[in-house]
Design a protein around this ligand. Structure first.
Ligand code: XIL
Length: 314
């Protein structure tokens, strides 16, 4: 049978997964499936600031470079994740007492160093991640507090300067539907584009539960398309209260199917990435108490109804 990536190629999209670098090193089944089933990969953690620059001025590119080499060997495009976020920052940064000017220079250097390191080899960069609250106001982060709202435009300009060939994305969760938060993202990217700021895509994380299927995702993607932007599903998973049963697994398949259909129905939805493809390695149980089984394959790599639904939809 054709692989997921072959099926996705027929629709001119890439199908991707987040990659756990420990699993990639230790688990040959995982490694084989990442390489064969997917045409794009995202580092689940190893391109985050706390990993890249654990001590100020001392970079560790080793794990990220291993992913880049793997992707190259397997003909995969890489989504760079992530440049500006409030989470998984190094302690030297969050604990330091920097002036606004210093912090602005630190962020600028981080973007130039990181984007520069991977220059020409990243397909899509998540430049700014999770900058909004649910009500559409800007999230209160170190960046907003010290640099003001202009940090977003600055980040995109710096990233573009450092690698003009990467597609630059704004990425967030709970923006799959048309709602207050996605309205705010829409206004942001519209304003940025009008100002000539190089934002080229909107990434919808799509961390879902089996209880709710996004109903307005297609129209939401299409309004971004009308602005001239690409969209991507960047971190799809669909969690459930444990243990799984047939009804929950069926509902899960419906959520994956629906989101993938919305992407396929949108010309400029260019990739569909899952946040891990096997329940063997997933951030969900560690983050959402009592929940799990969010991925396409179970912990023994056996396909779940969601996997069959994705195949059938592609
Ligand atoms: C998560 C990883 O999956 C975990 O391993 C890590 O401990 C925390 O971060 N939104 C994002 C991702 O943009 O970077 C997050 O990844 C999940 C939520």
């Amino acid at each position: 049978p054709p692989t997921l990536r072959a099926l996705a190629a027929r629709h001119d999209i890439r199908i991707g997964t987040a990659v756990d670098m420990s699993a990639l090193a230790a688990d040959p089944v995982y490694r084989r499936q990442v390489g064969s089933e997917f045409s794009t990969v995202t580092a689940e953690n190893v391109m985050k600031w706390e990993v890249l620059e654990p001590q100020r001025g001392q970079y560790d590119w080793s794990a990220a470079d291993r992913l880049m080499a793997f992707a190259r060997q397997h003909g995969q495009a890489v989504r760079g994740h992530v440049l500006v976020w409030h989470s998984q920052l190094p302690a030297w940064l969050t604990a330091g007492s920097f002036s606004s000017d210093q912090l602005r220079q630190i962020l600028r250097k981080h973007i130039f160093d990181t984007v520069g390191h991977f220059k020409g080899r990243i397909w899509q960069w998540d430049v700014v991640n999770e900058a909004f609250n649910e009500d559409g106001t800007l999230r209160d982060t170190i960046w907003l507090e010290k640099l003001g709202p202009g940090y977003i435009a600055d980040a995109f300009r710096w990233a573009h300067e450092a690698d003009p060939s990467a597609k630059l994305f704004y990425n967030d969760y709970n923006i799959e539907d048309v709602n207050a938060k996605s309205d705010a993202v829409y206004q942001l990217v519209k304003t940025l584009r009008a100002q000539g700021v190089p934002v080229e895509g909107v990434g919808m994380q799509a961390h879902e539960t089996v209880d709710y299927t996004p109903t307005t995702m297609r129209q939401n993607m299409q309004r971004f398309q009308r602005l001239g932007l690409d969209t991507a599903v960047t971190e799809a998973d669909v969690r459930m209260v444990m243990p799984p049963d047939a009804a929950k697994l069926g509902a899960q398949a419906d959520v994956y199917r629906s989101m993938l259909s919305d992407c396929l129905a949108t010309d400029r939805c260019i990739s569909f990435t899952v946040w891990g493809f096997t329940d063997k390695y997933s951030w969900v149980p560690g983050t959402f108490e009592g929940q799990g089984a969010a991925n396409l394959l179970d912990e023994t790599f056996t396909p779940k109804p969601a996997y069959d639904a994705v195949r059938a939809t592609l």
